[in-house]
Write a protein that binds this ligand. Structure first.
Ligand code: MLT
Length: 317
């Protein structure tokens, strides 16, 4: 049954390809970024659908405010953790996402961050800008021969494994669903978590944030790791217990961390701020999906799904 979508509200910075595609199918588009919650609640009443990335939270209150008009919410991104799915389901609101469009972008950022943990590119570059030439200060370590643990062997995790293998890293991984054969096809040896902690030189997480993965990297798991283990999170804030990570960085148990995502974005807590300032931490502001290619892909994908809902496309019907 076609869904009557005539007016769409875009709440986060989504590529113009989305707007063009919707408009070319007769759908009216309004772009309103960074709406405070109460304004968003007022606005949604006038729209059939909304599109978000990570910044806008479609909470139960927003869903309630839009009830009666809102028929679909689309996320130009992989997860749907900023959309209250049960509230949407209760109101018969369809929730869509674009799971594949960002994978390569997130994978490549992960690989680059692993590189910056091995070689102090960020501080060395900064020292040059400050007019210094400190060759001795910025020596690093090789990735060759080191063990990378990939926790979460979905699209992104497997692509990370394939690329880091080319650096001569031994790649091990864990996933409750991906089979050992599927992991092996990406040159990753699938192990149990307890086998992984003591072997890993680097740990990168690629899971959704769900109750089972919240604080997966904790004081207890870090205690089982090698001295100097390095951790990378381009997935979701909350998978790493930030207080435990800070303590481990200070004690030397953790030799470095690269963090692209945080429990609260933009970060507000003192612990997160201390982590960002820590000399062994490379922090980026949730840039995993931020490549021009990925943004066009997810923008087109979310628009195509909306158009399909209206029955005006033969692509998904
Ligand atoms: C994703 O889930 O794909 C990203 O976090 C989306 C984004 O960058 O907003």
């Amino acid at each position: 049954m076609p869904v009557d979508i005539k007016k769409v509200l875009i709440c986060d910075a989504v590529d113009a390809a989305c707007v063009d595609l919707l408009k070319s199918h007769g759908i009216e588009v309004t772009y309103k970024l960074k709406l405070p919650k109460d304004e968003l609640c007022k606005e949604v009443k006038d729209f059939d659908a909304a599109i978000v990335r990570s910044d806008t939270k479609i909470t139960a209150d927003v869903i309630k405010a839009g009830s009666g008009s809102l028929k679909a919410v689309g996320r130009a991104g992989a997860g749907v953790d900023n959309i209250d799915i049960s509230a949407a389901t209760a109101e018969n609101i369809i929730v869509l996402n674009t799971p594949g469009g960002n994978s390569i972008a997130a994978c490549e950022l992960t690989c680059l961050l692993i590189g910056t943990l091995a070689r102090p590119i960020v501080p060395a570059g900064q020292s040059m800008k400050e007019g210094r030439w400190d060759r001795k200060l910025y020596s690093g370590t090789e990735l060759y021969g080191k063990t990378l643990a990939v926790i979460g062997l979905g699209r992104i995790g497997r692509e990370v494994g394939i690329r880091m293998n080319a650096f001569g890293m031994k790649v091990i991984g864990y996933d409750p669903i991906t089979t050992a054969e599927e992991a092996k096809a990406a040159n990753i040896s699938k192990l149990e978590l307890d086998q992984i902690w003591p072997q890993a030189d680097y740990i990168t997480v690629h899971t959704p944030l769900i109750p089972e993965t919240r604080n997966l990297i904790s004081s207890a798991t870090l205690a089982k790791c090698k001295q100097g283990v390095k951790v990378i999170n381009v997935a979701r804030g909350g998978i790493i217990d930030e207080a435990a990570l800070l303590e481990a960085l200070e004690s030397g148990k953790c030799g470095g961390a690269a963090l692209d995502v945080f429990p609260e974005e933009p970060p507000k807590s003192e612990v997160t701020k201390k982590l960002i300032q820590h000399p062994k931490v490379v922090a980026t502001p949730h840039l995993g999906a931020s490549t021009s290619e990925a943004q066009v892909r997810v923008a087109v994908e979310v628009a195509e799904q909306f158009i399909a809902l209206t029955g005006k496309s033969d692509k998904y019907t």
